[in-house]
Each structure stands twice: as structure tokens, then as C-alpha cells.
Design a protein around this ligand. Structure first.
Ligand SMILES: [Zn+2]
Length: 402
């Protein structure tokens, strides 16, 4: 915010000094008159035209709300505001609710971000005219589908199951997030373009079981699409242009950097979506994930050209974590080891400085942005606006828009 204000100030100073150049100067009287007339702010400071993005990277911290981002800095660095993303210039607060409730799950939360349409909890990128588990809603077109249609390369990376609600919302449409046997194959039956080009995620055993129940398998799908579905990132051949890896788990840093290497070869640009779990039901695990995710974001930021790339960081919904004690430089998670040793299943976790209520919560989540088109991220908005931010960064209109 301070940076952009400074930038605008510089622009207006530059404009007034240009007017003072000999030969271009207005007569003194006219200038005095212009000065004395009250001007609306827009007339005084012209925002610089926003730059078009060639590439968009969406970083999704699953359950990474404002309190989690704050606590991650305290946990990782003993001080607030130490995360790289907390230094990005553009910030908004994104409202995440589904159409019929106050609190969102990952399915509705991510569907709204990537399609611009809110729906019911549990529903993957379908409109609210359906019902979870019983009736399909109209499929809502995702930014990944738009990117495919425009000939961009696309990638989805997650630490979670690749068929889980958050990654699924980018490439699939289903009336129930549990239907992995139906969701996963949709990654290879695209409605637009040739489908997701780079797909790296976890969940191999569970997806495999659901594929078996649906009468298919990784091997069968791999053969039919001519792309092996690897078990490990290390198995991807150097010549593979559209690799698929479904492991038991996934190293998000290695996967993201590998995906970026491939996608950055695209002459028309790319969309990369990276999800990292940030649920803090285990506060140490969850907060460390955010610290590590932030380091990865900083690394990616150095590898891209922000003049033609939009980086967006947000969450699908918030989470019940509160910092209510502790001292700068001290240990945020004091008492964690003792709590962990009890193996407690109580959804309320009381550490010395941190209180966890193991559930999603309804307050807005941060949306942070840097790069081409980032200045559109500001103020409070429904999460569906983030779809517009990405589309407008590319300069695309959604189908049906005038
Ligand atoms: Zn979630």
C-alpha cells in the first residue's frame, strides 16, 4: 500500500514538473485557476494502466486464514510480519462462504475462486442448482479450463490427494467431493484444450482403491492417455512434457520447481496452481507448512518476471486458531510436546500461547498479490472476485460476458 501510494505521488510530481518545462508551461493565471478548483481524487492521480499477465500462479494455503498467517510468522521467526508474502504490495480480504451457510469447506471455497461462482459445500465446480451427492449442478468453467482453451500450459501441484476437493476444483466437476473415482479421471477427459499438462499430487492408495471400485486403475488410465501415472517425482523422464505423478505423499517444493521448469517453456504462458495444506489442528505441523510454503513462494518469485506474471496467494477458508499470549523472540508453541504426548482427540487445544478450535471458521481470508494485474486485489470482496482478478490479468472475458 505504502509503495503504491509513493508510486502515485511520484507520478503526480512527475506530471507537475513536466508542466513546468519551458515552452510547455501554462500561463500563470490559468495554472492558478486550475489549482484552486477542487478535483475529485481520481482526476488528480491517474492510476498507471495495469499490465497484462502472460502467466498466473495461484498459491492456495488450505485453511490459511489471517490468524494462521500471523502465527506462522511468530512460529517461524519469533516476530510478526516476517513472511515474504506479508511484504507483497497488494492485499484484500476474501469472503469465503457457500451459497447457503456462513462457513465454507474446501470444495466450495476453491470452486468459487477458480470459477467465479459460489456453490454448496461439498460440490466441485458445479453451480448451486445441484445438490450435494444427489443432483448435478451446471458445470462452472474454471480458470484452468479457460487457460487450456487459450492454449496455455497448465499445472496443478498439491501436498494433498490430487483428487481432494481443492485441486479437484481446478480440473473436475462433481456433485460430491468424495467421488474420487469419478473426479480423478476427469483430469484426462478435458472439456477444453488437452487438459492439465502437469499434475503432481498425493493420495495414491486411496485414489487407487476408488479407481478399482469404479472399474479402472492408474495403469489403465495411463495406457489410454499415453502418459504414465508415476508414483514418484524422480520417475519423471527428462523428455516428458506432460508428466503426471500421484505419490503416497508429495514434496511440494520439488514438485513446484519441476512444474515451473516445464510450464515456463510455454510460448503462450501458463497457469500454475499450488496447494499446501495449512490446517493447524496440529499447530506445529500446520504453522511449519505455512513457513515452508512462504519460502517456496519467495523462491518462485525470484524465478519469474513480475512484469508478465501475476502471483496470487490466498486460502479457501479460515480456521479456528488464536494467538492469545507469548513474547517476541520467544517460543510461540510452548507446551506443544506435552500436548502431543497426550494424543488427545479433543478438538479444543489449549497451549500456553495458542488456542485451537479444530474447525473451519467464517471470517475473511487474506488475498495477497504481486506482479502483473496485482493492483486489482484490494478491499473486502467475495472470493469469486479472485476469478475476475485472474481473468482480467490475462485480459480475458468469461463466456457470456459482454
Ligand atoms: Zn480447505
Amino acid at each position: 500500500m505504502a509503495n503504491s501510494l509513493l508510486h502515485l505521488l511520484c507520478l503526480s510530481l512527475a506530471a507537475s514538473s513536466a508542466a513546468a518545462v519551458p515552452g510547455h508551461a501554462a500561463p500563470d493565471t490559468a495554472r492558478e485557476e486550475a489549482r484552486s478548483q477542487p478535483q475529485p481524487p481520481e482526476a488528480n492521480v491517474q492510476a498507471p494502466p495495469s499490465r497484462k499477465a502472460k502467466n498466473v500462479i495461484l498459491f492456495l494455503a488450505d485453511a490459511g486464514g489471517v490468524p494462521v498467517i500471523n502465527a506462522a510468522s511468530l512460529h517461524g521467526y519469533g516476530e510478526p510480519l516476517r513472511l515474504r508474502i506479508q511484504h507483497w504490495p497488494h492485499l484484500g480480504l476474501s469472503e469465503t462462504s457457500p451459497v447457503d451457510a456462513f462457513v465454507s469447506d474446501s470444495a466450495n471455497g476453491m470452486s468459487a475462486i477458480v470459477t467465479g461462482v459460489k456453490t454448496h459445500n461439498g460440490v466441485i465446480s458445479q453451480a448451486a442448482d445441484g445438490a450435494r451427492g444427489t443432483r448435478d449442478g451446471a458445470p462452472t468453467k474454471t480458470v484452468l479450463e479457460y487457460a487450456e482453451e487459450h492454449g496455455l500450459l497448465t499445472g496443478v501441484v498439491t501436498t494433498q490427494s490430487i483428487a481432494d476437493a481443492t485441486p479437484a476444483a481446478t480440473y473436475a466437476h462433481s456433485n460430491d467431493r468424495q467421488k474420487w473415482g469419478e473426479i480423478f479421471p476427469q483430469a484426462f477427459a478435458p472439456r477444453f484444450g488437452d487438459g492439465v499438462d502437469v499434475l503432481f499430487g498425493a493420495g495414491r492408495k486411496k485414489i487407487g482403491a476408488q479407481l478399482t471400485a469404479a472399474g479402472t486403475s492408474f495403469e489403465q488410465i495411463g495406457r489410454s492417455i499415453g502418459r504414465p501415472i508415476h508414483e514418484k517425482l524422480a520417475d519423471v523422464g527428462a523428455a516428458e512434457k506432460r508428466p503426471v505423478v500421484v505419490g503416497e505423499d508429495m514434496d511440494a517444493r520439488a514438485a513446484t520447481l519441476k512444474a515451473l521448469d516445464i510450464l515456463q517453456r510455454s510460448p503462450k504462458g501458463y497457469l500454475l496452481v499450488v496447494e499446501w495444506d495449512a490446517h493447524t489442528d496440529d499447530p506445529q505441523e500446520g504453522l511449519q507448512h505455512v513457513v515452508d510454503f512462504d519460502r517456496l513462494v519467495a523462491e518462485v518469485e525470484k524465478r519469474v518476471d513480475l512484469k508478465d506474471t501475476l502471483l496470487l496467494f490466498t486460502a479457501d477458508h479460515s480456521f479456528g486458531l488464536q494467538v492469545d499470549g507469548g513474547r517476541r523472540g520467544g517460543e510461540l508453541l510452548e507446551g506443544y510436546d506435552a500436548w502431543k504426548a497426550t494424543n488427545s482427540k479433543n478438538p479444543m487445544v489449549r497451549l500456553k500461547n495458542v488456542l485451537v478450535n479444530d474447525t473451519h471458521t467464517g471470517e475473511e481470508v487474506p488475498a495477497l498479490a504481486i506482479g502483473a494485474g496485482a493492483e486489482r486485489v484490494r478491499g473486502y470482496f467475495p472470493n469469486t472476485y479472485l476469478f475476475d482478478v485472474m481473468m482480467q490479468a490475462w485480459g480475458w472475458k468469461p463466456d457470456g460476458a459482454r
